[in-house]
Design a protein around this ligand. Structure first.
Ligand SMILES: [Zn+2]
Length: 297
């Protein structure tokens, strides 16, 4: 294991646990969810907007976004992230008649009565991830980073990053390696042919530089060739006479919480705050429940 307890202690030096001194942040009690998918039937449904209690919504997201058989601390980390993401969306709603969609464009949601999902949500009541100015951050998450998370701006230009993590915890999943080869002509159709004036072999790991190699963003590449084909941020791009070969490990955009890594951390005994500190190293954890608990002593 590369990352030991002392690394976490060092990291927590930077991740300040903030107890609210002034007016406590009050999360809204309800959220407006646009139902565009029927998750029980896994198909598109007639779009409809429902007002849902926030805690019920978060439990419903946890149950769809993470297997409920996973350790509780991983589910709790997911619950904090899901609530934060929803509240961030609510704050930046810009006059829409709904706050979030119930599909992957926001967070997958379906109502649940599952006790473990609801327990995970209630045990992280009052815990938020914020920036240095005390604003809720956009808590991106993904399935599997393949060993290294990427900054948000490398995926969505101009988006603020809250740090990246080296992640040995999801790397045991050998099944997450992928490769995809694209004919030169196919990429030249999409981008500047000058990029490919001479055959060469180049590789770039995890930095955004590889994007300029082919003149396309990660999202353009993944959207064009399939989110399930170019499964994550490529680790290696190889240009040959005939093709551009992408190779990587993991699944998803690679920003923020890595779910498989979170599961492994929880299995090894780390709690949800340590998990969150690992994947959002430049965010601040605000814990109102800690403040209330210490006040009651
Ligand atoms: Zn990972």
């Amino acid at each position: 294991m590369f990352l030991n307890n002392s690394t976490f202690i060092l990291k927590s030096f930077f991740v300040v646990l903030v107890a609210i001194q002034a007016k406590a942040f009050e999360a809204p009690s309800h959220i407006r969810v646009k139902l565009v998918r029927d998750e029980s039937k896994n198909q598109l449904s007639k779009p409809e907007i429902q007002k849902v209690e926030l805690d019920d919504y978060v439990a419903g997201v946890v149950s769809k976004e993470m297997p409920l058989s996973w350790p509780l601390e991983a589910l709790k980390a997911q619950a904090v992230v899901a609530r934060n993401f929803a509240l961030y969306r609510m704050n930046s709603g810009s006059g829409r008649e709904f706050d979030v969609r119930n599909d992957i464009w926001d967070q997958v949601y379906h109502p649940t009565q599952n006790l473990k999902a609801h327990r995970a949500v209630s045990e992280v009541e009052g815990v938020f991830l914020k920036d240095s100015e005390g604003k809720l951050i956009q808590t991106f998450f993904h399935a599997d980073c393949g060993g290294q998370t990427v900054p948000a701006w490398a995926v969505w230009e101009g988006t603020k990053s809250f740090g990246v993590a080296t992640d040995p915890f999801c790397q045991n999943r050998k099944s997450n390696k992928w490769k995809h080869s694209v004919a030169r002509e196919e990429i030249i159709k999409l981008t500047n042919p000058d990029e490919f004036t001479r055959p060469s072999v180049r590789a770039q790991k995890f930095k955004s530089k590889w994007v300029s190699l082919v003149g396309l963003s990660v999202n353009q590449i993944r959207k064009t060739f399939g989110w399930d084909v170019v499964r994550s941020h490529p680790e290696k791009v190889e240009i040959t006479m005939d093709s551009i070969d992408f190779e990587g490990q993991g699944y998803g955009h690679g920003v923020g919480l890595c779910q498989w890594g979170a599961m492994e951390l929880a299995k090894r005994g780390y709690n949800f705050k340590q998990i969150l500190s690992h994947y959002y190293p430049r965010a601040f954890i605000e814990d109102r429940s800690t403040r209330l608990a210490s006040n009651s002593k």
